[in-house]
Every structure is written in C-alpha cells, then in structure tokens.
Design a protein around this ligand. Structure first.
Ligand SMILES: NC(=O)c1ccc[n+]([C@@H]2O[C@H](COP(=O)([O-])OP(=O)(O)OC[C@H]3O[C@@H](n4cnc5c(N)ncnc54)[C@H](OP(=O)(O)O)[C@@H]3O)[C@@H](O)[C@H]2O)c1
Length: 299
C-alpha cells in the first residue's frame, strides 16, 4: 500500500512510499483512510523543528476512515471513525490504511461527511482542551491571533460558546469570514497595528510570529499554543497548552459540531496523489479554516 513521508529534514521532497499493510494487534483497529487533515506540524516536522530521528518519517496525525478490522475494541467493522492518532509520536495518517488505538477514535459527527471529518480532531481538540485550562467567564474579552486559520476559526466560535467578546486578528481579506464566525471586533494585521494596551482579559496566542502580550490587562490570562521563551508576566496567568489524545474530549467536540456550536470550514481539498502540495500550502500559514486530503478525490 501507499503512504506519504520523507527521508530527511529540510525543504526537500516528500515521497509516496510503498509500505507493508498494517498489522492488527490487540486493542487496535485497522482503518481504511477516507480523509486526513493537513496541519502546520506536518511541515514543521519536515523542516526538523521537532527531535524525531526516524527515517523515513511517515507524515500526518489525524484522519477519518472506515474500520476494516478490529481486535478487542468498542468498534465494529464498517464504522466510520475519526481521531488524533498517536500524537506526538509518529502516526503516518497519509496512508491508505492505518493501524490505530481503538481508544483514539470515535464515530464522526452525524452532520459532517467522512471526506471532511479527518480535518477536525487536531484543531478541535486543541481549542476545547485549551479553553478548559482558563477561566472564561461570560462577558470577558478575548484577543485571538490567527483567527481565520485551522485553530483560530474554531477558537472564535468556541469563545462565543463561552459568551466572550472576541477581538480577532487575521488579514483584511478574511474579515467577513471571521466576523461571520462571531468576532465582535476585528484587527487586520496587514493594515493596522494591534493598539490594545492592557485592555483585554484573555489573549489566545495562536499565530507564532506575533505575540501581542501587552494587550492583556493586569490580572488577565495568556493561553498559548506556542512554546515561547520563558518570560516574566506579572500578575498574568500564563498557560501553555499542547493538544492531547482523549476520547472524552473528542466526543465533546463531536457534540459541539452536531449541535452547530462549532461549524468547521474547509477551504482546500487535495487528492491523495498531492499530499506534498497540501503540506506545502499549509506551510504558508494562510489557510482559511482547514486544508484536507480526500483519498477518494480524483486528481
Ligand atoms: N500546541 C498545540 O497543541 C498546537 C495545536 C495546533 C496548532 N498549533 C500551532 O498553532 C499555529 C496555528 O495553527 P493553524 O493550524 O491554525 O495554522 P493555519 O491554519 O496556517 O492558520 C494561520 C493563521 O495565522 C494568520 N497569519 C498568517 N500570517 C500572519 C501574520 N503575518 N500576522 C498575523 N497573523 C498571521 C493567518 O491569517 P490570514 O490567513 O488571514 O493571513 C491564519 O489565521 C501553528 O503554529 C501550529 O503549529 C499548536
């Protein structure tokens, strides 16, 4: 069978390898992949930001697929499931078939087609788990950077679920999109500076290259997805979150999507033959919502 990965770090090609079929083990399911989400971490791994030393490294951390075999799990053959797979160890989700822990996948939301569901676990879990770590009382303000991207477009919606006033940062071309998700105020980073100084209760720090921490008021909170250099923040609750696999959280995400409290947006779909192009596109950091690989899409 075929699977995408790379042989070395750096801005060099990805390859579609011939690899052995996955083996069925106790507690696992074999999934025939239908869709796989594309994330900046796919590119960051390729250029060597993380300390992996496995080559070839098989890319991709999230998927949706059909269970074609299972051993000692709660799943049945024929179930359509999705999940964040094996993160942060190598998972290899850009593969025709993947062996996954039964506990890492759950049935997809009933209002999302399988060809889109593979794009939701990583960003969805990141957002709902991150919000669990802060005090997000109704009426407080939250500044969200990267608000139009994979994580950000769900973060804006989830902030509204908490009754927060959202000030969103993205490029001017995405203003209507982000306001449509629920942002009350919008800052176009390509046209203006973030002039807030000590004004906001919470900063959700998503986009790596900008860190407007001065915007946070005394006694406020910084919730970050970025591993930043240790800094002293006087009287600010600083929380760094890394997404983790958790079936209960995934079921919570499923429910939020089913009741339309989070509506995912997918802007670009690539066929399996173009996984490399999909990862190179996400590397530019201008995805509107998510990018996905649809294994049944013809090139
Ligand atoms: N810690 C964790 O567990 C975790 C989990 C998920 C993601 N992450 C990290 O979170 C980051 C975002 O991930 P993502 O999937 O949301 O990425 P993405 O889909 O590529 O989104 C990038 C966002 O950044 C904005 N942006 C691009 N250039 C900008 C600039 N110069 N100034 C301000 N904003 C700019 C984009 O807006 P425009 O398109 O409008 O330009 C877009 O909203 C990545 O670094 C990723 O690695 C961490």
């Amino acid at each position: 069978m075929k699977a995408w990965g790379f042989k070395e770090f750096g801005n060099t090609p990805f390859y579609c390898f011939d690899v052995p079929e996955p083996k069925l083990e106790e507690g696992k399911v074999i999934v025939k992949t239908i869709s796989a989400g594309v994330n900046p971490t796919d590119w960051n791994t390729k250029i060597g930001i993380y300390p992996y030393d496995i080559f070839p490294f098989m890319s991709g951390w999230e998927l949706c697929g059909e269970v074609i075999a299972e051993k000692g799990t709660q799943h049945n053959v024929g179930d359509i499931v999705y999940g964040l797979i094996n993160f942060p160890e190598m998972a290899g989700c850009y593969a025709e078939k993947v062996s996954v822990n039964g506990v890492d996948v759950v049935p997809i939301p009933n209002n999302i087609p399988a060809k889109k569901a593979g794009a939701l676990p990583l960003v969805g879990l990141s957002v709902i788990q991150a919000f669990d770590k802060i005090s997000a009382a109704r009426g407080k303000s939250i500044l969200i950077t990267g608000a139009s991207g994979g994580v950000g477009h769900m973060a804006v919606q989830h902030a509204k679920n908490y009754g927060l006033h959202v000030i969103a940062v993205a490029s001017s071309k995405n203003e209507d999109f982000v306001r449509g998700l629920g942002a009350g105020d919008f800052i176009a980073y390509d046209k203006e500076e973030i002039k807030l100084s000590g004004d906001v209760d919470i900063l959700f720090d998503i986009y790596k290259e900008a860190f407007p921490f001065e915007a946070v008021k005394n006694g406020g909170q910084i919730l970050t997805l970025q591993e930043r250099k240790q800094q002293e923040f006087k009287n600010i609750n600083y929380v760094y979150h890394v997404v983790n696999r958790n079936a209960d959280d995934l079921l919570r995400l499923t429910k939020l999507i089913e009741v339309r409290k989070i509506i995912p947006h997918i802007s670009s779909t690539f066929p399996f033959s173009e996984v490399e192009q999909a990862i190179r596109q996400v590397s530019h950091a201008h995805a509107k919502g998510k990018i996905i690989v649809d294994f049944n899409l013809q090139p």
